[in-house]
Design a protein around this ligand. Structure first.
Ligand code: NAD
Length: 440
């Protein structure tokens, strides 16, 4: 099948390579010519494990190519996946759907034959139905254009695996033909027995925001427990292990720490609340406000802890920040808790040096005022405090005994509860974590 993928960012680039790996002829489209030039060489424009190999293979075999022209895409595609961004609207909590609107409008004006437009971007419920009518009103008479919604659940850091072996597929459709086309596009995945949910457009849109709301709630739930643990000297990690043992609860996504960030969870729950207000069901989603407040307070907790450890004031003190991306195995710094904390410490006068295995270039663009180091040893040199903020594996493998000869003072905050407290305490460090008692 001839497939186009419009918007080749964190989602679309992986989806395009994945579609080509499934055996389709794929044309990736992006408005950013620099990104398209990198992709056309078979290279990944961002850090994602497994993506460079998949791109190299599919571009060199000729099954994947790239363009900046939507007109070319319209001529090429039987199926068009829309993967452009839906960021938070400036000055509001709502989603900015103008990029999705622009793509559907332009594409519909160019198509000259029957095709299926498939939205993958995360959108407020009701968007797909509106866009279906919009597309119909623009396409030339006699050109049947269908529209479906197929939300995406991939996790950055595992995006290739999640694209080729998803937990489930969701097809929001309004006619049988659209479902048939989606079933043949995804046939190699469905043949493996992957669960598929064929729904109306609204349910498909809601599955995505409901999933993200649940995940954010689970993280904030355990972080709320961490707040209580801090007051009474209890241990949130043991608490999570114990409640997570219950199969109805589950241990995943119960890691207390500095909270969630990234380009999705925060903006998606805010947009869901805003959409709920518009629909008159704002009260039902009020709890998402608490989810967000708990999350924000965790960042503040790290700042307070840093000040306490440094005798009340971080000004003039050297602080090493381990991690800049919002999660490990990604270079994405959108709404990164690590960068948020680093920026806030810098604005309070601390001398901040940030290390990250993959996200330094993006972090430097987003926060040029901070200091950066190419190695962990350079970052911690003469530090008064080390703050571990993104749980990259290489930080968990650090030897506290080796590191302590480099720092000015052996103070560390593990803001991800991913380091082994006993190892750090035994090496003489003043070890602090979130929601865990401090060793005597
Ligand atoms: P992104 O910002 O990395 O990528 C969006 C891309 O769209 C950019 O490359 C941009 O240049 C391009 N674009 C914008 N307007 C365009 C136009 N008119 N024509 C062609 N290209 C255009 O964003 P992302 O993280 O890939 O997210 C995209 C969507 O997928 C969002 O709705 C997001 O919520 C959703 N999503 C993201 C993830 C994730 O892990 N990143 C997971 C699931 C769903």
């Amino acid at each position: 099948m001839n497939v186009t993928v419009i918007g080749t960012g964190y989602l679309g680039a992986v989806h395009a390579a994945g579609m080509a790996a499934l055996g389709h002829n794929v044309l990736g489209v992006d408005a950013d010519p620099a990104k398209i030039a990198v992709l056309a060489r078979g290279e990944a424009p961002f850090f994602e494990p497994g993506l460079p190999e998949l791109l190299r293979q599919t571009v060199s075999s000729g099954s994947l190519s790239f363009t900046t022209s939507l007109q070319e895409a319209a001529e090429f595609g039987d199926v068009h996946f829309v993967c452009v961004g839906t960021p938070q609207l400036e000055g509001s909590h709502s989603a900015d759907v103008s990029f999705v609107d622009a793509v559907v409008t332009e594409l519909a004006s160019y198509v000259t034959r029957s095709c299926l437009i498939v939205g993958k971007s995360t959108v407020p419920v009701g968007t797909a139905r509106r866009l279906a009518a919009l597309a119909r009103s623009i396409t030339a008479a006699g050109v049947p254009v269908m529209l479906a919604w197929n939300p995406e659940f991939l996790r950055e850091g595992f995006a290739v695996e999640d694209t080729l072996n998803p937990d489930r597929l969701v097809f929001g459709v309004s006619d049988d033909r659209s479902e048939q086309i989606l079933r043949s596009v995804y046939a190699p995945i469905l043949d493996k027995g992957t669960a598929v949910f064929c729904t109306d457009l609204e349910t498909a849109e809601l599955v995505k925001v409901a999933a993200n709301s649940f995940l954010a709630t689970k993280i904030s739930f355990i972080n709320a427990m961490a707040e209580v643990c801090e007051v009474v000297g209890a241990d949130v990690v043991t608490l999570a292990d114990a409640i997570g043992q219950d199969a109805r609860i589950g241990r995943q996504f119960l890691n207390a720490g500095v909270g969630f960030g990234g380009g999705c969870l925060g903006k998606d729950i805010r947009a869901f609340r805003a959409r709920g207000e518009e629909l008159g069901v704002g009260e039902a989603l009020e709890f998402l406000g608490s989810v967000e407040s708990v999350n924000t307070r965790r960042r503040q907790r790290v700042l307070d802890l840093a000040a306490n450890i440094l005798d009340g004031d971080v000004a003039g003190r050297r602080i090493a920040i381990l991690g800049a991306s919002f999660k490990p195995n990604s270079d994405d710094v959108r709404d990164s808790p690590a960068l948020h904390v680093a920026r806030a410490l810098h604005s309070r006068g601390a001398v901040v040096t940030v290390h990250d295995p993959a996200a330094i270039a993006n972090a430097r663009r987003a926060a040029p005022q901070l200091g950066y180091a190419g190695s962990i040893t350079d970052a911690v040199q003469n530090a008064d405090l080390v703050v571990h903020l993104t749980e990259w594996e290489e930080y968990q493998e650090l030897d506290p005994g080796t590191l302590h000869s480099l720092v000015a003072a052996k103070n560390i905050i593990d803001a991800r509860n991913a380091l082994e407290p006993d190892d750090w305490n035994a090496a003489g460090w003043n070890f602090h974590a979130l929601g865990r008692p401090i060793a005597p």
